[in-house]
Design a protein around this ligand. Structure first.
Ligand code: ADP
Ligand code: MG
Length: 287
């Protein structure tokens, strides 16, 4: 093959995007949280959103999930415009879009099984047996079959987050949104959550992931979008963002996180404690 690799090639880019965010603006009073932000997510793609705290990443997910009204622009999900102020539209969107938050937000008074089964039972109107069968299958998938009868408080943060992922999957979403899913976790449980997310990505789940886990973004992400002060300052394949960026603010942000152009997992330091905390299988993830 001759010539450089095409820079903008994206997974599923030939068909209509599942999510199209078109020049949206979002204000809170006088504060502009998002300004003229556009972003597309194709089916089967893992899009990672990175950038400093306060740059608008969570706001973007909330807008996509019909939790916020817009001050400009529009959002199309599966070809239909998202109207957060229309309860019917908002409900339809949230049924097809799973969201996983930093703080899990499980129901503390329900068992793990009921936490996962309640969506299918109430929203999708599956009978209790069918809802619980689906929940058990998903708990097995996230490695928590033995915790079905436990209450969330008895679980570690990493386990609770895996339940939250199973709960979102129970609705059989077309798109999963993750908002810093490992930020609130003890370091020793980060890896188990990232592994579950990677397995989902490998199955072809379409995902938008806000994360500070740069190894995950680089290895699992198909496309990386960099936010700063409510704007997208750069987007591209991981290689561009993590290895060849010429955008000064991207470089600054990455070096602030301790990223210096190559993964710690690539170097002789691969047995370091950081690598041990993030046991994403290297060979499998490299593409
Ligand atoms: P990030 O997720 O990148 O850290 P956010 O999307 O949470 O950033 O926030 C973007 C900006 O919007 C920040 O300045 C934040 O303080 C502000 N903001 C977010 N949510 C609200 C809200 N509900 N009310 C007022 N300001 C908000
Ligand atoms: Mg946030």
């Amino acid at each position: 093959m001759t010539g450089p690799e095409p820079k903008q090639r994206r997974v599923g880019g030939a068909s209509a995007p599942i999510l199209a965010i078109e020049r949206i603006t979002k204000r809170y009073g006088t504060l502009t949280a998002l300004e003229d932000v556009s972003l597309t997510v194709n089916r089967g793609e893992v899009v990672c959103l990175i950038g400093p705290s306060g740059s608008g990443k969570s706001t973007l997910l909330r807008c996509a999930n019909a939790l916020e009204t817009l001050d400009g622009g529009r959002i199309l999900f599966e070809g239909r415009e998202v109207h957060a102020s229309d309860p019917k539209s908002a409900r339809a969107v949230r049924q097809r879009m799973g969201m996983v938050f930093q703080n899990f937000e499980l129901f503390p008074h329900l068992t793990v099984l009921r936490n996962v089964a309640i969506g299918p039972a109430t929203v999708l109107r599956l009978d209790r047996g069918a809802a619980e069968r689906r929940a058990r299958a998903l708990l097995a998938k996230v490695g928590l079959s033995d915790k079905a009868a436990a209450h969330p408080a008895a679980l570690s943060g990493g386990q609770q987050q895996r339940v939250a992922i199973a709960r979102a999957l129970a609705m059989e979403p077309a798109l999963m949104l993750f908002d810093e899913p490992t930020s609130a976790l003890d370091p020793e449980t980060v890896g188990e959550v990232l592994s579950v997310m990677k397995a989902l990505a490998d199955e072809g789940m379409t995902m938008v992931v806000v994360t500070h886990e740069m190894d995950f973004a680089r290895r699992v992400g198909d496309w990386v979008v960099v936010f700063d002060k409510g704007r997208v300052i750069e987007e591209g394949p991981p290689k561009q963002i993590f290895e060849t960026t010429t955008v000064a603010r991207t470089r600054e942000f990455l070096s602030h996180l301790g990223w210096h152009g190559e993964s710690t997992l690539d170097t002789a330091a691969s047995s370091s404690s950081e690598a041990a905390q993030h046991p994403i299988d290297k060979e499998e993830v490299d593409r």
